[in-house]
Design a protein around this ligand. Structure first.
Ligand code: ZN
Ligand code: ZN
Length: 357
C-alpha cells in the first residue's frame, strides 16, 4: 500500500510503498477514505513532540471502510463505514475501566505513537472503529475525530446545563464546533470571541454573538488593561450580559492572556474550561477572580471514545455541520501534504484540509 512516512523528524514526509498490514485477533483493517491534516501533524513533523518516534505514518483523523477483519471480530462487517477513535488503549486498567481512557498508561495515539491514516490502509483494534452514519461524508467523519470531539469533551467538562450561557474564546476548528455543540446542548446564548472578522462572521451564522478580541501581542496580561487596539473582549462580554458574565467559558487558544480572560468572563459560579495548550504560567487575582465569585478553573484534555456516538448523532442531525470547516481536499501525495503542513506551520492554512486517497 502507499503511505506518507515521516522518516526523519524535521524533514518533509515522503511517499513510501509498504506491505498492507494484516489484522491480528481483535483488529480491523480500514481502507482510508478521508484523513485530516491537523496542526498537530505539523508539530510532529517539526519535532515539537518529544514522544514521537520516526519512522511513522502521520494522520489521526481518519474515516473509511472496513476492508478486513481479524480473528474473533464480530462487531463489524466488511464494507462498514467507520471513523476511528485515535487513542488505542488497553481497555483493562483502572483509567480505562473508569471511562477516562485518555490517561491509560499504555495508550498509543494513531499517527503519533503508531502508524496513522495518511495511507491507503490503517490497522486498529475493532473497538476504535466507530460506525459512521451514511448521512455524514467521510471527509466530515475524519474531521469530527479530533477538534470537534475535543470541543464536546470541553463542554462536558464545563458541565453545561440547558439554559446556561457560554463564551468560546478562539474560533478555529475547535471553536466553530464548540459554538454549534453548545447551542445543540441547550446553551441559551453563545458568545464567540476572536480577532479574525471572517471567523466571527462564520460563528454568527451558527447563531453566536460575535465579540472582537485584540490581536495577539496587542493585549497585555491583566484585566482589560493595555489592549491598545480598543478591543477588550472581557468588557464587551460584561456589557452584553448586563455585567453578569457567562456560566461556561471555553478557552481554545492556549495563551495566558486568553486563559485569564476566560476566568474574568465567568459569572458567579462560572466554569472556565482550559483546552488550549500552553506551558506558560498564567496570573490571576485569586480573591476577585477565583475565590470571591467561586469560579471553577477546569482543565480539559482530549476526548473519550464514549463521547463519539453523541458527537456523530449531532452531526447526523446537522446540529453540527462541518461544511464550512472542511474546505479543501488533497490526494495522498507527499508534495500536496507537505504544502498543507507548511501552511499550518505558517498559520496560513484554511480551517481543515483532508487527504482523500
Ligand atoms: Zn487533529
Ligand atoms: Zn488502559
Amino acid at each position: 500500500m502507499r503511505a506518507l512516512r515521516l522518516d526523519t523528524i524535521g524533514r518533509p514526509v515522503v511517499s513510501a510503498e509498504l506491505p498492507t498490514p494484516q489484522p491480528g485477533p481483535g483488529d480491523v483493517l480500514v481502507r482510508v477514505r478521508a484523513a485530516g491534516i491537523c496542526h498537530s501533524d505539523a508539530h510532529y513533523r517539526a519535532g515539537r513532540s518529544a514522544s514521537l518516534v520516526a519512522p511513522v505514518t502521520l494522520g489521526h483523523e481518519v474515516a473509511g471502510e472496513i476492508a478486513a477483519l481479524g480473528e474473533g471480530v464480530s462487531s463489524h462487517a466488511l464494507g462498514d463505514r467507520v471513523c476511528l477513535h485515535y487513542l488505542v488503549t488497553c481497555g483493562r486498567c483502572a483509567h480505562c475501566v473508569a471511562g477516562r481512557e485518555q490517561f491509560c498508561p499504555s495508550g498509543k495515539m494513531i499517527g503519533h505513537h503508531r502508524d496513522g491514516g495518511h495511507a491507503e490502509f490503517i490497522l486498529v483494534p475493532a473497538r476504535n472503529a466507530v460506525p459512521l452514519p451514511a448521512e455524514i461524508p467521510f471527509e466530515h467523519g475524519a474531521a469530527l475525530m479530533c477538534s470537534s470531539a475535543t470541543s464536546l469533551h470541553a463542554i462536558r467538562r464545563g458541565r453545561l446545563a440547558p439554559g446556561e450561557t457560554v463564551a468560546v474564546i478562539g474560533i478555529g476548528g475547535l471553536g466553530i464546533s464548540a459554538v454549534q455543540l453548545a447551542k445543540a446542548l441547550g446553551a441559551l446564548d453563545v458568545y464567540a470571541i476572536d480577532f479574525d472578522e471572517a471567523k466571527l462572521a462564520l460563528a454568527e451564522r451558527f447563531g453566536a454573538v460575535a465579540i472582537r478580541a485584540a490581536r495577539p501581542g496587542v493585549a497585555a496580561s491583566g484585566a482589560a488593561a493595555g489592549q491598545t487596539d480598543g478591543h477588550d473582549p472581557v468588557a464587551r462580554l460584561r456589557e452584553l450580559t448586563g455585567g453578569r458574565g457567562v456560566d461556561v467559558v471555553l478557552e481554545l487558544v492556549g495563551s495566558p492572556v486568553t486563559m485569564r480572560q476566560a476566568i474574568q468572563m465567568c459569572a458567579v459560579h462560572g466554569r472556565a474550561v482550559i483546552a488550549g495548550l500552553s506551558r506558560t504560567p498564567m496570573e490571576l487575582d485569586t480573591y476577585r477572580e477565583l475565590l470571591g465569585p467561586e469560579t471553577e478553573l477546569i482543565g480539559s484534555n482530549d476526548h473519550l471514545l464514549a463521547e463519539l456516538p453523541l458527537l456523530l448523532e449531532l452531526a447526523r442531525r446537522k446540529a453540527l455541520d462541518l461544511t464550512d470547516v472542511v474546505v479543501r481536499s488533497v490526494p495522498l501525495e507527499a508534495d500536496a501534504v507537505n504544502g498543507v503542513l507548511d501552511a499550518l506551520d505558517a498559520y496560513t492554512a484554511p480551517l481543515r484540509t483532508v487527504i482523500v486517497p
